[in-house]
Design a protein around this ligand. Structure first.
Ligand code: CTP
Length: 456
């Protein structure tokens, strides 16, 4: 492997001090047990990628421990995490996978903020070598890195001093697959031809990293992506497949990541260019019309929901799904395990369109428009508006931005003060007030009171 000079001083100076202390503490625990500890993945990539004088802000840290147990049930990672948990009682421990991976989480911690620390145990398939053999170290961390997605994510920095005869030194960069060269050339490259077949979500990850880091997907890797898609890798996402639920959860997470990122537009374009939208449905294509709709809905959401109360990424996904034939929409939404109201929206869109669209142009008064639309959910109307003709779209926009926000000028208490006894009639009175307000027949409290007294 290519070895560079010691990276620990760089790591120390660029990480926030409490994080550095935490890593040192874990490294000491590993060292006391005679184990090797490495920081791997995104943390190393970002360390090498960002400028030297910039702080390295990590929220997710991936560590790999090699406990030299050489057994399938090696729990070194879990042991280490348990020990750290005792020293950091504010953290939460979660163990996933049967034995091998533990995570320590801090939630809104005053010092460590929302840190997520994964400690994986290096793949320790049985090797017939004695543990001190340098090749053993090389093969177990190498194997762990080889299972990863891209060369730029398959770099490791050793955090513990070596045992006798081991090939790398503390602080060395372990780069078995040319990750450093690819980082410098800004290339996304997989480690082996089957990578996307084994894990189709990596297609989405390749796009995400390429767009986010301003890298390109190198040609051979792009070929592998296209091959994986052509060979129907996404068939495995159908619910009937045994692997589907786990795969779908990961795919949905990647979709969310991409569709909520500020770079969602180039990322979606790239996914479409690679043919990767086929993972949602074989006929899904980013036509000019759909591209227009998704940008339009994003602008609408930006304007209508500046506080981000709605899940914009999910609504973008819904507009993609709604470009499919009616009968397919619900299947895709269910396959992706979208939330219930999301499934309902894509299922009901055509129904609400047939209820609303023929009626809407006939409505002259704002109060009539309000009455027709009031019983429909807000996001459903957004979807409908973006997909409708300009005439309908304009009216829906008027409703969403203005009419739906109008409140009656008087409330129940005001009616009481006017001398009306509380009764079911209040509802009628308030509705009348609202309609009159919408139609600009009344504009202030005085007019409202006069309106009520006149009518009731
Ligand atoms: N990984 C992988 N295949 C996947 C998902 C993850 O090989 N489908 C590996 C990669 O080596 C990655 C590591 O697991 O570096 C951690 O995954 P994740 O936290 O999702 O990626 P990061 O590289 O940390 O990316 P980010 O900066 O976006 O958190």
């Amino acid at each position: 492997p290519a070895l560079t000079s010691c990276l620990l001083p760089t790591l120390k100076s660029r990480l926030a001090q409490p994080i550095w202390q935490l890593l040192s503490c874990i490294a000491n625990e590993a060292q006391d047990r005679g184990w090797n500890l490495y920081i791997v993945g995104g943390g190393v990539r970002d360390l090498l990628l960002t400028e030297d004088d910039k702080p390295l802000l990590l929220q997710d840290i991936d560590l790999v421990v090699d406990g030299f147990h050489r057994a399938a049930d090696d729990r070194s990672g879990v042991t280490l995490a348990n020990t750290i948990r005792e020293k950091y009682p504010q953290s939460r421990l979660s163990i996933h996978g049967e034995f091998q991976t533990a995570a320590l989480l801090w939630h809104k911690d005053p010092i460590l903020d929302n840190l997520w620390l994964d400690i994986a145990t290096a793949r320790t398939e049985f090797y017939p070598y004695p543990a001190a053999n340098p090749e053993v170290e090389a093969s177990s961390i190498r194997q762990d890195l080889y299972r990863r997605d891209f060369t730029i994510n398959a770099l490791a920095v050793r955090l513990t001093p070596p045992r006798k005869q081991e090939f790398s030194r503390k602080g060395d960069l372990l780069d078995f697959f040319g990750g450093l060269i690819d980082l410098k050339a800004r290339k996304i490259r997989v480690l082996h031809a089957n990578s996307f077949i084994e894990d189709p979500t990596r297609i989405y990850r390749a796009v995400r990293f390429a767009v986010r880091l301003h890298f390109t997907i190198e040609p051979q890797t792009e070929e592998y992506i296209k091959y994986a898609i052509d060979s129907g890798v996404y068939e495995r996402l159908r619910l009937s497949d045994r692997q589907a639920p786990a795969l779908t959860t990961r795919l949905r997470a990647e979709l969310k990541y991409i569709l909520q990122a500020e770079y969602w537009k180039p990322a979606l374009k790239l996914l479409a260019d690679l043919g990767a939208l086929r993972c949602l449905h074989q006929d899904l294509q980013l036509t000019p019309q759909l591209w227009w709709e998704i940008r339009c809905i994003s602008r609408w959401l930006y304007y209508l929901d500046p506080e981000n109360q709605l899940q914009h990424w999910l609504i973008r996904l819904e507009i993609l799904i709604c470009s499919l034939p009616t009968s397919e929409r619900e299947i895709v939404a269910v396959n992706l395990q979208l939330p219930k109201d999301s499934i309902q929206r894509v299922r009901q869109l055509d129904q609400i369109a047939t209820e609303i669209i023929p009626q809407l142009p006939k409505k002259q008064l704002p109060s009539e428009i309000y009455q027709l639309l009031n019983s429909y959910k807000y996001v459903g109307l957004i979807l409908l508006g973006v997909r409708s003709s300009p005439e309908i779209r304009k009216i829906l926009w008027q409703y969403l931005t203005k009419l739906s926000q109008v409140k009656p000028i008087l409330n129940g208490n005001d009616l009481k003060e006017l001398g009306y006894k509380p009764s079911p009639l209040y509802k009628q009175m308030l509705n009348d007030l609202l309609a009159a307000t919408l139609d600009s027949k009344i504009t202030n409290q005085q007019e409202a009171e006069a309106f009520i007294k006149d009518k009731y």
